[in-house]
Structures are given as structure tokens and as C-alpha cells.
Design a protein around this ligand. Structure first.
Ligand code: 4NP
Length: 157
């Protein structure tokens, strides 16, 4: 079983979208017994909450249901448990690197855009304080990058 954790700041927009879309692709490829995914935030301000309503609506319009509950990244559990720790931007990357005090888990750490098809996008922008187009951009990037990520993991199985 390969385990993937998507990480953003609040775990109410980008990483739950990545989790929901990846989960949908895992089902499409009948890989439920081979790949698991989850998501978390580097801050715990929204712990227990469902994803942001604009993020849920934008995802629903594309056929995805986002129903995970926000939680904070737990270094003592998550570094060891997951095979891939996938952040959305450089700020998330920095926050997670600081928690990996002995640099034990460096090889598990990626940005989601490392898996982008066009190689032009270098991060998934935070949509929280912007308008509708920000949420659509998140979904465009997440759909593309998770497809490539899934194919990569499938190759490794
Ligand atoms: P996310 O977006 O990291 O994609 O979940 C945000 C959600 C909440 C906040 C910032 C970003 N916040 O400041 O509460």
C-alpha cells in the first residue's frame, strides 16, 4: 500500500481538493487496495471543519465531493506513516522542512507541481482570499498533477 498526504496551510481549500480528486482517480483506476490518500494543514485553525464552501462548490461543479475534515499535520505520526508528503507551495515546503529536524524524510517531500504536465506552474496558489477564478485554477492544477502522480505511483507498485 502506498500512502499519500497532501498538505497546505489551512487544509480547507487546496489539500482537501487534492485529496478528493486523487481519491476519485484512485477509484477510476481500481487502485483502492493499493493507494491511500489523506490531507492536512500546517496550521490547525480550521481543525474539524469541512472544506471551504467555495472550494466545495467549484469541485462539485466538476463532479467531485470534498467531505474530509481539516486537521493539522502531525510530525510524530505523518512523517513515518506516509510515502509521499505533497505540499502546495514554497511556504508549506519550508514549514514542513523545519519540522523534519533530522532531515530524515527529505526524500518523501514534493510540491504537487513537480508532477505538472506543463512544467510552467511552480506552486498551487492559495485561493482563500481571492475570487472564483482562484478555486478553478486550483482544480485545473490539481486535476493535471494528480493524474501524473497517480501514473507515477502505479508504475512503482
Ligand atoms: P488552504 O487555504 O491552505 O488552501 O486551505 C487557506 C485556508 C485558510 C487560511 C489560509 C489559507 N487561513 O488563513 O485561515
Amino acid at each position: 500500500m502506498k500512502k499519500v498526504l497532501f498538505i497546505c496551510l489551512g487544509n480547507i481549500c487546496r489539500s482537501p481538493a487534492a485529496e478528493g480528486i486523487m481519491q476519485s482517480k484512485i477509484q477510476d483506476h481500481s487502485l483502492d487496495d493499493k493507494i491511500q490518500c489523506d490531507s492536512a494543514g500546517t496550521i490547525g485553525h480550521h481543525a474539524g471543519e469541512l472544506p471551504d464552501s467555495s472550494m466545495r462548490k467549484a469541485a462539485r461543479d466538476r463532479g467531485y465531493t470534498l467531505d474530509s475534515h481539516s486537521r493539522k499535520f502531525e510530525p510524530s505520526v505523518d512523517f513515518a506513516k506516509f510515502d509521499y508528503l505533497i505540499v502546495m507551495d514554497d511556504s508549506n515546503l519550508q514549514d514542513i522542512k523545519i519540522l523534519d529536524k533530522k532531515l530524515e524524510f527529505k526524500s518523501k517531500l514534493f510540491k504537487l507541481t513537480d508532477f505538472s504536465s506543463n512544467k510552467e506552474s511552480t506552486f498551487v496558489p492559495d485561493p482563500y482570499f481571492g475570487g472564483q477564478s482562484g478555486f478553478d485554477l486550483v482544480l485545473d492544477l490539481v486535476e493535471d498533477c494528480t493524474e501524473n502522480l497517480l501514473l507515477k505511483i502505479k508504475d512503482e507498485l
